[in-house]
Design a protein around this ligand. Structure first.
Ligand code: HQG
Length: 181
């Protein structure tokens, strides 16, 4: 399969599995799973040429492992990044002492005032390494990497989760837990 069709399919899956299943009339269950056959039928009916082989390839080769297929092979969901409410049934975990958040310099002032807030997503996303944080931040402009004192937050009772694809998630990060470069 060409890289272009894989990227297009990945973007399409992100749209319907994280943000707008209704765009093709799809329904997700409470845990964010969609029936793969139904997704393919609805996608094709709305003019998106998606096949099972293409989906399997995207899930297998996706650089960030954005999607997971259920053990029975019948269902698919996004591992994180939802704006619609789904329960990923993640277990709270102790985070490393430090995590990183990649953002853009233009958000600095507001972050200093408000801390990190989840905006349209279900969580604030944090990375375990700086290189990933730079990539995440670059999507928004000139990257700015903030160090988050996650160990201290956890000690204060704030919950952390890690998605299937290794992204750390938390509800919010108060300004006091952020170290600036
Ligand atoms: C910023 C991608 C102003 C925040 C990535 C970020 C990630 C504030 C933006 C995943 C703020 C939200 C998520 C405040 C936070 N004032 N700006 N108080 N608090 N922000 O896209 O973390 O490729 O919703 O810094 O790899 O950039 O989609 O979140 O810049 O894992 O799989 O508000 O999306 O994954 O932007 O990215 P986003 P994000 P995928």
């Amino acid at each position: 399969m060409t890289a272009v069709s894989l990227t297009k399919t990945s973007k399409f899956l992100s749209l319907v599995l994280r943000h707008e299943p209704e765009a093709i009339g799809l329904t997700l269950d409470a845990n964010g799973w969609a029936d793969i056959e139904e997704l393919i039928d609805l996608a094709n009916a709305s003019g998106k040429p998606v096949t099972r082989a293409l989906i399997d390839e995207v899930v297998r080769d996706n650089d960030k492992q954005r999607f997971a297929i259920s053990e029975d092979g019948l269902r698919i969901r996004a591992n994180q990044g939802h704006s619609i409410e789904v329960d990923l049934a993640l277990t709270a975990l102790e985070p490393p002492a430090t995590l990183y958040h990649g953002t853009a310099t233009r958000f600095a002032k507001s972050i200093r005032n408000l801390g990190l807030v989840k905006q349209s997503r279900q969580h604030v996303h944090l990375s375990s390494d700086q290189a990933t944080a730079i990539k995440v931040g670059s999507r928004h402009g000139k990257p700015l990497v903030l160090k988050i004192r996650s160990g201290e937050m956890h000690a204060r009772g704030l919950a952390f989760f890690r998605s299937e694809n290794g992204v750390w998630l938390t509800d919010a990060v108060a300004a006091e837990f952020i170290d600036w470069p």
